[in-house]
Design a binder for this molecule. Sequence first.
Ligand code: GAL
Length: 437
Amino acid sequence: MAYRDLEFPENFLWGSAAAAHQTEGGNFNNWTEWEKIPSKIKDGSNSSIACDHYNRYEDDFDLAKKLGHQVHRFSIAWSRLEPEQGKWDESEIDHYRSVLQALVDRDIQPMVTLHHFTEPVWFRDLGSWLNPKSPEIFAPYCRKVAEAYSDFDIIWNTINEPMVVTTMGYVFGEFPPEEKDFGKGLTVAKHLLMAHGQAATQVRQVYDEIGREQPQIAPVISVSHFMPADSENDDDLELVDYLDELYNHVWIRGAIEGILPEPAGDGSRYPPLDNSVDFIGLNYYSRMVVSSELDFMAGDMPPKDPELERCEGLDWEVYPEGYYQVLQSFGKKYDKPIFLTENGIGTSDDEVRQRYIINHLQEVHRAIQDGVEVLGYLVWSLTDNFEWAQGFSSHFGLVEVDYETLERKPRESAYMFKGIIEQNALTEDIQEKYLLD
Ligand code: GAL
């Protein structure tokens, strides 16, 4: 196959993403408590010391720098900063100052996520996101973070993947608190939307109060490309439209339009959402094929395509074309730029990762050519880490972590990605080298 150089826009930003609970170690939150229950984590592990990133962040950022990264996305652990409601741990606030400073020292742009799946245990005990007051309970923490770090040049992410928190935690019951109740899921989605609004409002207010220019703020959503099991079956097509709307669009449209949309809300305005989305943070991993003849809500799915490569453990099908499709649909529906805040694959075979990244970037480039405004691309993840219910059994890192010694070793894909960043292009040479072997 003949390849050509695929150049990315000037000022396009490249880097990687991670999250506190998955890398830091030593956390105490709703997940650490849940992990103690036998059989919850597939490989029998728990997050425990994870990658010890809490102590090794400088080394990890040295690696990110060496690998050419321009942006690093990470999350702050709410449970560290506010171990009891309304009580702040100043040493933990200082810790993240050092983390931010370490990025700045290496000329890496920090992108900070306020909520990435985990919560303080006291918040869980108040009913977590089912509590009608949860958005207001979340707000002071957001204000504290904004006050503490507003002197840094930060790109802000409010909530990571609200629909994953909703579906995995409250509809399919595979994450804590293991609820299986569609109605509760809707309530949680609504409260997470309000929480996003509260977070953006707090950050904006703090910047206004100190007279600083407003930063870029975005929620980060997980997007799947839904496809019908039978493209001639009207019921399948209808199901695809329904799920695409419910999973991919309702929430973000609410954030952009400033309303609490049906079916989660009643369509009323929620003023804290006003001006809460500067860009859309978009995470894409895979497609989802659905059939109207199966009970989707019970988790029944058609058989997977044996021809496609899969993500280790999670079993997601590799489907780069879906990236183009979702980018097209987001580009058309919303007048907002998109930052690709996560994309990657869990695999022990680095050649699979190399192909995955290249094939997905080809689709990103195609979408950009066709008019979609994309600001940057972050690989999930810098290092291998604790992959939630999969434990340590799914390897998403550009950098391998030896969990015995905690030694880090960049994989070939990390150097390949470095080459892409340096050229700001997916060159013909890179495509030939990594796709034709
Ligand atoms: C996302 C999540 C990340 C990471 C990734 C790979 O849903 O934001 O924390 O685990 O998936 O599964």
